[in-house]
Design a protein. Sequence first.
Length: 380
Amino acid sequence: MILPDSTIGMLGGGQLGRMFINAAHNLGYRVIVLEPDPYSPAGLIADEHIVADYDDVNAMQRLSESCDVITTEFENIPAFVLETLATSCPVYPNASAVEKAQDRTVEKAFIRSCGLLPVPYGAITTYSEIAAAVEKIDFPAIMKTARFGYDGKGQARVNSLVEVQQAYNNFERQHCVLEQMIDLKCEISVILARNEAGESHCFPVAENIHIDGILHQSIVPARADEDIMQAAQVAAKRIADKMEYVGVLAVEFFISQKDELLVNEIAPRTHNSGHYSMDACITSQFEQQVRAICGLSFADSRLLSPVVMTNMLGDLWDLTLDKPVLNAKPILKSRTSKLHLYAKREARAGRKMGHFNTLAETTEIAQKEADAIFNAIKTQ
Ligand code: ATP
Ligand code: MG
């Protein structure tokens, strides 16, 4: 067991790392961040910030020598970095789990090997594979780069063979997957913590609303069928078990109009759709990550109140100003909403800058309040 006063290493400096550090600090841990950006959200509040590339040999050595355990908040940390660090310090999650989530083709094959259904797809690694991929799916479809996609980046909607060819060229012939467009009833996600002993603990299922491929709101409790939500939790647990995962993991699911449960993707880290837990659960996903990697027992993650989490993208900032600002007043005035800002130096359209959690007696009331706040900010 790694007890408070110990030092945790964090690979990556984004908002997930920042919120993890807050939780770790509350429990009395020190955190050292390895992240190349000197002004990253997590680096700014870390006990120590090693400003270097993730694969910098000296930085890796410094990190592993100074830490009792190392974790990550960013799925694109090169797997060999995790492997190398693991030779001298415990690293959770393990390299092979993270690696599976880094490539959509590997990920989908893995989902199948767990006996679960990925979204129907065809893999495209060369131009000549396009025709076969198109054969496998029906249009409309989405072309996605196999690696480095996030927040809807590296994706293109396609409706014909020619459009698939164009998208492949636009993505500079990187490896891609061609995914069938699913007629969605709803999107849900399961966030789960698992420890070395193989015990796992799920957070309440979140219902997720996306706008333009980016998460807009998470609603908890989700308004989905109970049996499907239970199946999603079982599926997430199976995925985590098969990966021998230690830490916090998120699985995004699609529920089709025909009530099929499809696995969209796996995130080997805490997740945007789990931010509601910061204010609406006894224990947040970030504290549970600390507990999982330090071998502490899990705390209760029960939902204390219906909640709606609303993301704030850079678009909400007044980008016409030299130093863009957010009109935070509508959130601060709402007695049942909690503001979380990530201290990013620059607001940009589409960039996740913060979120707010709105609590109420029902999700309907919470969503109404959240929407009113969001519109008030937008029309400032
Ligand atoms: P992130 O990592 O931020 O979740 P991403 O860039 O990896 O996002 P996806 O999760 O693949 O993107 O897609 C983002 C959103 O776009 C989905 O949550 C969903 O709303 C929509 N979407 C993606 N693929 C499909 C599909 N095959 N059918 C229907 N909707 C889709
Ligand atoms: Mg996604």
